[in-house]
Design a protein around this ligand. Structure first.
Ligand code: DX5
Ligand code: ZN
Length: 219
């Protein structure tokens, strides 16, 4: 299976963001993961439109925007205009999930739904055929560099089953604590898109690490 590595900009050096994006441009990473946090939905504040716009200017890679904010429906158009190729929203706290998914699709871009570690995969049953990405959180969202929660592997398998049974074309993405030590298990469980922040940016050779994670998909 061909694996997409999606390095998370959250772990980049913001004083040298252009340099770090150029590094990703020269790598085998096909997606760039952009974590937007508002300090309300999660206990941390990251960045918003200006940073996404800056990344967009610097790359042609697929910009994967993960919204950890309340009321994402208010900002879908703005995130699209700032450069998002995919927008993933959380199931939690979004009462009108179907409607937000349709709003994202109406912008002509890909739509994902993320599930926190305590949220069962079964909540996606009624929307699974509408979405392009199922994002299984393998940490509680808010910070990079956290420890991978093993139960995420069971959830990936459940998501795979739900996708197969429903005929959905959604792909499974895993986010949080993913690195060389567990990427093979994550892929084996059924994930195609692997977010990696710390595991990429904290190594001495991020380009090589990206290549190594990606190559696990062909083994
Ligand atoms: C966590 C974010 C993740 C995070 C991943 O809330 O959604 O995307 O940046 O970072 P690592 O790979 O370091 O866990
Ligand atoms: Zn994320």
């Amino acid at each position: 299976m061909s694996i997409i590595v999606a390095p998370s900009v959250l772990s980049a050096d913001f004083a040298h963001l252009g340099r770090d994006i150029d590094m990703l441009n020269s790598s085998e990473a096909e997606w760039i993961h952009i974590d937007v946090m508002d300090g309300v939905f999660v206990p941390n504040i990251s960045f918003g439109f200006p940073v996404l716009q800056a990344v967009r200017k610097q790359t042609k890679k697929f910009c994967d925007v993960h919204l950890m904010i309340v009321h994402p429906e208010k900002y879908i158009k703005q995130f699209k205009e700032a450069g998002a190729d995919n927008i993933t929203i959380h199931y939690e706290g979004n009462l009108h999930l179907d409607s937000i998914i349709r709003d994202i699709k109406a912008q002509g871009i890909s739509a994902g739904v993320a599930l926190n570690p305590a949220t069962p995969v079964s909540v996606l049953k009624e929307v699974i055929t509408l979405i392009d990405v199922v994002l299984i959180m393998s940490v509680n969202p808010g910070f990079g560099g956290q420890k991978f929660i093993e139960n995420a592997l069971n959830k990936v398998k459940e998501a795979k089953l739900l996708i197969e049974q429903s005929g959905s074309k959604a792909r499974i993405e895993v986010d949080g604590g993913v690195g060389m030590n567990n990427a093979a298990d994550v892929i084996k469980a059924g994930a195609e898109i692997l977010v990696a922040g710390n595991a990429v940016f904290a190594t001495s050779d991020p380009v090589l690490t990206i290549s190594q994670i990606k190559s696990l998909g062909t083994k």
